[in-house]
Design a binder for this molecule. Structure first.
Ligand code: ZN
Length: 93
């Protein structure tokens, strides 16, 4: 089985949407949406589309979910890196 490094995941990530409970009054143009991950109300800014597109992000979630998601991503990346080192060491012998 061939395992290739996932390049897409390297530049992925989530945009942080400020929570309505943290910022009761949003800026003009902001829209209240439900966080796609936890359903909490958060603020959506029209510029987000461009930011997500240009930064190759996976999407947008509220601040709390962004904090929750990030450590998991890093952990899986570390495991991935370790497995690659392991494979390289084995092939040398
Ligand atoms: Zn959320």
């Amino acid at each position: 089985m061939l395992i290739e490094p996932r390049k897409e995941s390297d530049r992925g990530g989530y945009l942080c949407l400020p929570l309505c409970k943290n910022i009761p009054e949003g800026k003009p143009g902001w829209k209240k949406i439900h966080c796609p991950s936890c359903g909490e109300m958060c603020w959506w800014s029209p510029e987000n589309i461009g930011v997500i597109y240009h930064s190759h992000l996976d999407g947008a979630v509220c601040t709390e979910c962004a904090l929750r998601i990030r450590p998991v991503d890093q952990e899986s990346k570390i495991k991935e890196a370790q497995s690659w080192n392991y494979r390289r060491d084995r092939s040398k012998r």
